[in-house]
Design a protein around this ligand. Structure first.
Ligand SMILES: Cc1cc2nc3c(=O)[nH]c(=O)nc-3n(C[C@H](O)[C@H](O)[C@H](O)COP(=O)(O)OP(=O)(O)OC[C@H]3O[C@@H](n4cnc5c(N)ncnc54)[C@H](O)[C@@H]3O)c2cc1C
Length: 388
């Protein structure tokens, strides 16, 4: 049994801790925040994500909090017309031997927290901001903001897109800004006008922007994400509250249904749409990265959190199979890098076409029509067919 420190207690950190504990290791999770909580927003989870949650033992808790949407509908923001649809009912379930679900992020985190708290080999610590690590032969350590040092035999950096562990490991600094700013809101479903589709995931395409909305909390709340072409100025803070001025500027000429959606939230949270280009180094010795610390991605394939869950399952397998931490970590990295790089690169490409105008938009719409319905399934098979 080795001792491991996981820096960061988000989705990746808790999932990694569960995986490592189940592989027989003792784990200390250090989270900078005063509690293990997530800001309100939604997460889409394909059949691959559900399988990962089952492996980690978190599905049993989470399944009572999910909503199963009928379809993913791709629509034109100006007219409301449907360009394409991926039905998520029986045919989808048979094809992928699993369900497609949407959840509130807090519920996903709570399901992982419930499992982590029930594992005697996991210690959870809040108010613990990691500022760097030290790696000596046979002993590694993390330094905390309060000046204390915690030692362990291995370190897993799960501290998100602005990871301190990654910054020290790779020397990279700012994430790559996509040119899109993301606005997110969560509203009670009984405030949403009846005209709005509340049974499906709706993706609305518009020149210079797009909107995604779907029900969460078992259908009692609507999660809305708006992405618009906008600059991110130095000094803007991630996750700041804002009104909806930019949202309404770009979506001023839209159909009544979308106007009704955008009219509900009084406040939005604002984020830079950013990622980092894939790299081949996630660690050395008994150090590795997981989740957004390893492969932060734009959300356009709705897969960042699901990749973190898959990472944790693969890490668990390699920790159980290999004698030493460095062997297990390198094997895990080798298995995960091609898949997560594809997610990052594909999401970046989508960011270029979602907000397109003119001929590019016409080509995109023709492609969506061609791959609508069950034909769309095979296009997504590389993503949803993953199994542990
Ligand atoms: C608009 C939007 C929509 C999305 N939709 C989806 C979706 O539908 N499906 C999906 O799968 N993914 C989605 N994602 C992606 C998903 O949210 C992320 O990939 C996921 O949250 C990454 O989890 P993480 O634990 O790696 O990082 P984070 O969620 O960033 O967690 C990092 C944790 O580490 C802590 N931390 C940070 N620094 C330190 C430090 N120095 N010391 C100690 N602790 C630290 C933080 O407080 C936090 O708790 C979406 C993202 C966005 C922005």
């Amino acid at each position: 049994m080795a001792s491991l420190i996981v820096a960061g207690g988000g989705i990746a950190g808790l999932a990694a801790a569960i995986g490592a504990a189940r592989a027989g290791h003792e784990v200390l999770v250090l989270e900078q925040a005063p509690a293990f909580t997530e800001l309100g927003a939604g997460i889409q989870i394909g059949p691959n994500g559900r399988r990962a949650l089952e492996e980690l033992g978190a599905w049993e808790w989470l399944r009572h909090h999910v909503f199963y949407p009928e379809a993913i509908r791709i629509r034109r923001a100006r007219t409301g017309a449907e360009l394409g649809r991926v039905p998520l009912g029986d045919a989808f379930r048979r094809r992928f031997r699993g369900t497609y679900q949407v959840v509130h992020r807090a519920d996903l985190l709570a399901s992982l927290l419930a499992v982590a708290e029930s594992e005697p080999a996991i210690t959870l610590k809040t108010d613990s901001r990691v500022v760097g690590y030290e790696d000596g032969p046979g002993a590694m350590a993390v330094r905390l903001a309060d000046g204390s040092v915690r030692r362990a035999q291995g370190i897993i950096g799960a501290d998100g897109i602005h990871s301190r562990i990654r910054a020290q490991l790779l020397g990279d600094v700012r994430p790559r800004f996509s040119g899109h700013v993301l606005y997110r809101a969560l509203v009670p479903m009984d405030e949403v006008p009846d005209v709005v589709d509340r049974r499906s995931v709706n993706l609305w395409l518009n020149p210079y922007g797009h909107v995604v909305h779907y029900p969460v909390k078992g259908g009692t709340a609507l999660n809305i994400v708006v992405a618009v072409n906008e600059q991110w100025r130095a000094g803007d803070t991630w996750g700041e509250r804002t009104d909806a001025a930019s949202v309404f500027r770009i979506f001023s000429r839209t159909c009544e249904e979308l106007k009704a959606v955008l009219g509900v939230p009084a406040q939005w949270m604002r984020w830079a749409g950013a990622d980092r280009p894939p790299v081949n180094t996630w660690g050395h010795g008994a150090l590795t990265l997981i989740g957004d610390a390893a492969h932060p991605t734009l959300p356009y394939l709705a897969s960042g959190a699901v990749m973190a869950l898959e990472d944790a399952v693969v890490l668990m397998r390699h920790l159980a199979q290999h004698e030493t931490l460095p062997e297990a970590f390198r094997a895990y990295e080798k298995e995960r890098q091609p898949r997560t790089s594809r997610i990052v690169n594909s999401s970046w490409k989508l960011s270029r076409v979602y907000h397109a105008t003119g001929l590019v938009a016409a080509g995109r719409d023709a492609f969506i029509r061609l791959t609508s319905g069950r034909r769309g399934f095979e296009r997504m098979a590389w993503l949803y067919d993953w199994r542990p």
